[in-house]
Design a protein around this ligand. Structure first.
Ligand code: BES
Ligand code: ZN
Ligand code: ZN
Length: 510
């Protein structure tokens, strides 16, 4: 398979349009609150036979509109309908609407066809666009590697939202923006789902270069293996050198001509993590193709921002490597020198994410002028033990900043939970007998926290001497949330694309 084909075309999302008419095309989708016993008379566009069928179902209490309940009605000459529950009106917020939109798409069967018309009753613009966002997010499948027979070829799903004339312009703009953001989420998912034989460091880099051609205001720079060695990126080189597919760093710049400080994102991009010489057990090792989820989050965020037309500067760095056991792989016991000049005693080659991030964080803080740095990494199994698949672990050296990220996550329904950066964990990670730091804690307890404390050693200061202060930094461990989150309604299976939306919210404030 050619690499270009292994990731869908950038920006491909289902089409959602707006109409201020009352025509119904395809299947009618009807979001309803609990307690509605009949349709409002204003629903003039609904053919009488379908309307009376709906009213009978509602009047008889056969559809109670509990949150995310659906019912399909067919068999009238007035067409087909899907009822979708929004629960109690007083409790319904943007999350309710987003999940309802996603549930509709997840519940579609052949009988519903590929054209939908959504009819809301007295919902505001934010709610309607959130519903549309949920539909677009959930309309995703990764089937590039499946042979397709002609009869399997489905038409793309499309939806139209009927709304008041007065709302049309604003709703249409909100949906366009949502579609841009969703394109970033889907890009992240495509990158994450791509099998590791086609997703390797330089393949990711080539994809980024290809992407950059779509926008006049983005630039992608690739630091290849030889350059990384020359520059002293000892962490990236040590992790990647045992693979025949060599490591690289990819730097994405949006609106690079602008001066002044800017958000800076850093992503762990281990395209496959075997553990290296500290080899992982075999069970579920295939899931380690998702170990580049941090880099996919960062790339997806850049796509979302660029596609939205965001006009301020943002820079992102992804640290790409394949962690393989090999004759030329690093060993447990090796001491490596990172870009910062600090040394690391590598006690376990499976704790590799922190090694590549050590170089990425240092470069981010020294070669750029970050307002803040956020790193994303499928960093530790311990984080999955702590938070399951329900929330990302969130650490920061600035309490207010951590709260801002937590809030941004809550706003978009992507939970990131505050975790502690304690001095004791830093001490644990800096007490190597022979190097400045060690990549393994003293025991297995608090493994997600010791990993965060390790990363903190590689976040540079701003300023010098007495004025020196560490750059505002946050670390997000997405080991439990980048894939396998069964309660995430925006996702059927595979990579989730989490935190692209959180980042757009944080960075743009919208
Ligand atoms: N990529 C893994 C972390 C991981 C494990 C993510 C399971 C998702 C599910 C990471 O590189 C790793 O192997 N970490 C080790 C660190 C340990 C050796 C200190 C871990 O979590 O076991
Ligand atoms: Zn590992
Ligand atoms: Zn890893």
């Amino acid at each position: 398979m050619k690499w270009e084909k292994a990731v869908a075309v950038f920006g491909e999302t289902m089409e959602v349009t707006i109409s201020s008419g009352s025509n119904i095309n395809g299947t009618l989708v009807l979001p309803l609150f609990e307690g509605e016993e009949a349709l409002p008379t204003a629903d003039e566009g609904i053919p009488n036979s379908l309307k009376s069928q709906i009213n009978r179902v509602l009047g008889d209490g056969d559809f109670k509109a509990k949150t995310n309940a659906t019912m399909t009605l067919v068999g009238t000459d007035g067409g087909k309908a899907m009822l979708i529950g929004l629960g109690k009106e007083a409790d319904a917020d943007v999350h309710t609407y987003r999940e309802a939109g996603a549930t509709v798409v997840a519940s579609l069967k052949k009988v519903h066809g590929d054209e939908l018309t959504v009819l809301f009753h007295a919902s505001d613009i934010a709610s309607m666009s959130s519903f549309a966002e949920g539909m677009m997010l959930r309309d995703y499948s990764y089937d590039l590697y499946k042979k397709k027979d002609d009869e399997d070829e489905k038409n793309d799903l499309s939806a139209r939202i009927n709304c008041n004339e007065g709302d049309a312009t604003e709703l249409s703009a909100a949906i366009d923006r949502a579609a841009s953001i969703v394109s970033g989420v889907h890009l992240s998912r495509d990158l994450g789902n791509c099998p590791p034989n086609d997703m390797y460091p330089m393949a990711f880099a080539e994809k980024a270069e290809l992407w950059a051609k779509d926008y006049a205001n983005v630039k992608v720079e690739v630091i290849d293996y030889e350059t990384a060695k020359r520059h002293g990126m000892g962490g990236l080189v040590a992790v990647g050198m045992g693979s025949s597919r060599k490591p690289c760093m990819v730097i994405f710049t949006l609106n690079g001509d602008l001066k002044g400080s800017h958000p800076m994102l850093v992503g762990k991009g281990i395209t496959f993590d075997t553990g290296g010489i500290s080899l992982k057990p075999g069970a579920n090792m295939d899931e380690m193709k998702y170990d580049m989820g941090g880099s996919a989050t960062v790339f997806g965020t850049m796509q979302a921002l660029a596609s939205c037309g965001y006009d301020k500067k943002v820079v992102a760095i992804t640290c790409m490597a394949e962690n393989m056991p090999a004759a030329n792989a690093q060993r447990p016991g090796d001491v490596i020198t990172t870009l910062s000049g600090k040394t690391i005693e590598v006690l376990n080659t499976d704790a590799e994410g922190r090694l590549v991030l050590a170089d990425g964080l240092w470069k981010a803080g020294t070669d750029y002028d970050p307002e803040y740095i956020i790193d994303f990494a499928t960093l530790t199994g311990a984080c999955v033990v702590a938070l399951g698949h329900e929330a990302t672990g969130l650490w920061s050296n600035d309490d207010d900043f951590r709260t801002r990220i937590h809030d941004a996550g809550n706003d978009v329904g992507e939970l990131a939970w505050p975790m502690p950066l304690l001095p004791a964990f830093e001490k644990e990670m800096t007490n190597s007998k022979i190097a400045d730091t060690r990549n393994l804690g003293a025991g297995r307890w608090g493994g997600a926290n010791t990993a965060a404390a390790f990363l903190k050693q590689f976040v540079p200061n701003r300023g010098e001497g007495d004025d020196a202060e560490q750059i505002t930094w946050a670390h997000m461990d997405i080991a439990g949330t980048y894939w396998g989150a069964k309660t995430n309604k925006m996702v059927g299976h595979g990579a989730t694309g989490i935190h692209v939306r959180t980042m757009v919210r944080l960075i743009t404030g919208e």
